[in-house]
Design a protein around this ligand. Structure first.
Ligand code: ATP
Length: 238
């Protein structure tokens, strides 16, 4: 397997508060990894640090083996890393199609050729065809999440960072959304899932990392790690 992105001793701070300590995570091409951990463990901070939203040193993050830590977010997107942010952050007042076209106009047309088109996103989430002209604020939470994922895909990512895409959604909707992840991977996009639902994270990923208080406390193949190992890594061993 070829490594796509990795972090090396990644640290991140909010002012005086250190939120990440020496985090080493690696994602291969074609892989789905999950990042689990309780509230405040540092999962979102990890994604922000990778995306250039927090200051980090160049050699703390590499893409294709080249140091890219601290690269501004828009350039990270051009390099093929896109984020589905916590809370979705859609453009309220704009229709589903216009939300999706923003990504095509701003990134997709001049960026990498990843093969994601409006039609391809609509195949993934057929409900978005019917809702194309509907203002996004009138959609259900699950439909909004589909738009948010579609918008990120239209940036033609090689790596998609998903921040708690199941949060607040009904189990049926969560299943629908998680069901498309293998298709996204099949199109050549690797995925990092930040997820609080451990069962979901385990079943959807090839490997997982557990974080606690800004540190990685467990990593391994998702099929191999036991409930006991996860529980200890999640809550701390005493
Ligand atoms: P959650 O599921 O709540 O998003 P998380 O694992 O993603 O949890 P982070 O949001 O990365 O956790 O937060 C890690 C730590 O950094 C927490 O202690 C949090 O309070 C702190 N933190 C996060 N954002 C900020 C900020 N903007 N300013 C100061 N501290 C922050």
């Amino acid at each position: 397997m070829t490594e796509l992105l990795s972090t090396h001793g990644l640290v991140a701070r909010y002012g005086d508060f250190q939120a990440l300590y020496d985090v080493d995570v690696a994602i291969d091409e074609g892989e789905i990894i999950a990042l689990i951990g309780a509230n405040g463990a540092g999962k979102s901070t990890f994604l922000r640090a990778v995306m250039g939203l927090l200051p980090v040193k160049p050699d703390m993050v590499s893409l294709d083996g080249r140091p890219i830590g601290g690269t501004p977010t828009d350039q990270m997107v051009q390099k093929g890393v896109a984020i589905v942010p916590e809370g979705r952050r859609l453009f309220t007042g704009m229709s589903v199609n216009d939300n999706l076209r923003v990504a095509i106009d701003q990134v997709g047309s001049r960026g990498r050729k990843g093969g994601w088109t409006l039609e391809r996103v609509q195949q993934l989430f057929p409900i978005l065809v019917e809702k194309g002209r509907v203002p996004v604020q009138n959609l259900s939470g699950g439909q909004q999440q589909m738009v948010s994922i579609g918008r990120a895909l239209l940036c033609q990512p090689r790596l998609l960072l998903c921040d708690e895409i199941s949060l607040g959604l009904a189990p049926k909707v969560i299943r629908e959304i998680y069901a498309v992840l293998p298709e996204i991977r099949a199109q050549g996009t690797s995925i990092v899932l930040v997820e609080q639902d451990v069962g979901l994270a385990k079943s959807a990923s090839d490997r997982l990392y557990c974080m606690l208080e800004g540190r990685v406390t467990l990593s391994g193949r998702s099929n191999d790690v036991t409930r006991e190992q996860i529980s200890e890594a999640y809550f701390g061993g005493g």
